[in-house]
Write a protein that binds this ligand. Structure first.
Ligand code: ATR
Length: 268
């Protein structure tokens, strides 16, 4: 690949993103003379902007709402990006080809390992949501030995389509109680992102379950607080955010960033 001369985050909106903070801390720590900048892209101009960045040899991340459109715009995809149908990391290779990858899956996988304290195996996983984030969760669960996933979504047809794309380990369900009764429950909806709404009534979730809320907020989400109040082990999406960023950094530079420095930058 070609060493990037610039690093960007493309999204709409992006001003609230923590990525510039921890990526810039990692760049300084690694002695790399680059800045990581967030660019708020007007949706109607997205493909044109990405085309200009490709010509410049820029690398970066993509966030909501452009992950699927980047998947469609790349010249080549990694197997994982193809599987998920979404790209959150891109770079330009030596031939000028735009390459798309997905490090959200690795970020989710790392979060699950931290929460469970082990390699996830023989679990039932309840997934709330059926968009790109839920697809990333299924791509991780599919790698875990002996695990099954139940997918519940407000729009049931999307849950059916997503589960079908992944095959028999994933089943769509119309009863949210099935998801609530899983060993590991994952909120992959956007509920709680803009307000304090809860994706599922915490009282439905048994105390022995573990819960990952992919939403993150300063001071953690109301969902995570409500679960902990019931004695349920839960975490939000902050580790996933940092880990996907760390994995992206490895793709761009071929070296691991200092993750402790990244964590310190978001905690400041
Ligand atoms: P992403 O790529 O981040 O997953 P998305 O594709 O827009 O984003 O998916 C958002 C998910 O949150 C969907 O599963 C959506 O449900 P619908 O498919 O029914 O739209 C879910 N979602 C968003 N707002 C919701 C709400 N208020 N209640 C329940 N689910 C909601």
């Amino acid at each position: 690949m070609r060493e990037p001369g610039r690093l960007v985050l493309l999204g709409h909106p992006v001003s609230q993103s923590l990525s510039p903070r921890f990526q810039n801390a990692a760049l300084i720590d690694a002695g790399l003379p680059l800045r990581y900048e967030a660019i708020d892209v007007e949706p109607s101009r997205f493909e044109a902007v990405l085309g200009d960045l490709r010509a410049e040899g820029v690398a970066g991340n993509v966030t909501v709402p452009f992950k699927e459109r980047t998947h469609d715009a790349c010249d080549r995809l990694t197997l994982l990006a193809e599987r998920v149908g979404a790209v959150n990391v891109f770079w330009v290779d030596a031939d000028g080809q735009l390459i798309g990858d997905n490090s959200d899956v690795g970020g989710f996988d790392a979060t699950a390992r931290t929460l469970l304290g082990d390699i996830p195996r023989d679990l039932s996983v309840g997934v709330l949501g059926a968009g790109g984030a839920a697809a990333g969760v299924l791509a991780a669960v599919e790698q875990w030995p002996g695990c099954v996933a139940h997918v519940y979504n407000r729009t049931p047809e999307r849950a059916r389509q997503l589960a079908e794309r992944f095959g028999t380990f994933a089943q769509p369900v119309d009863d949210i109680g099935v998801v609530a009764g899983a060993d590991l429950v994952v909120n992959a909806t956007s509920v709680g992102l803009r307000d304090d709404a809860l994706p599922i009534d915490p009282a439905l979730i048994p105390r022995g379950a573990r819960v990952i809320d992919l939403v993150y907020k300063r001071g953690e989400t109301r969902f995570v607080h409500a679960l902990r109040a019931r004695g349920i082990r839960a975490c939000d999406g902050l580790e996933m955010l940092i880990e996907q960023g760390a994995l992206a950094f490895e793709r761009w530079f071929g070296i691991a960033p200092n993750r402790a420095v990244m964590w310190e930058a978001v905690r400041r």
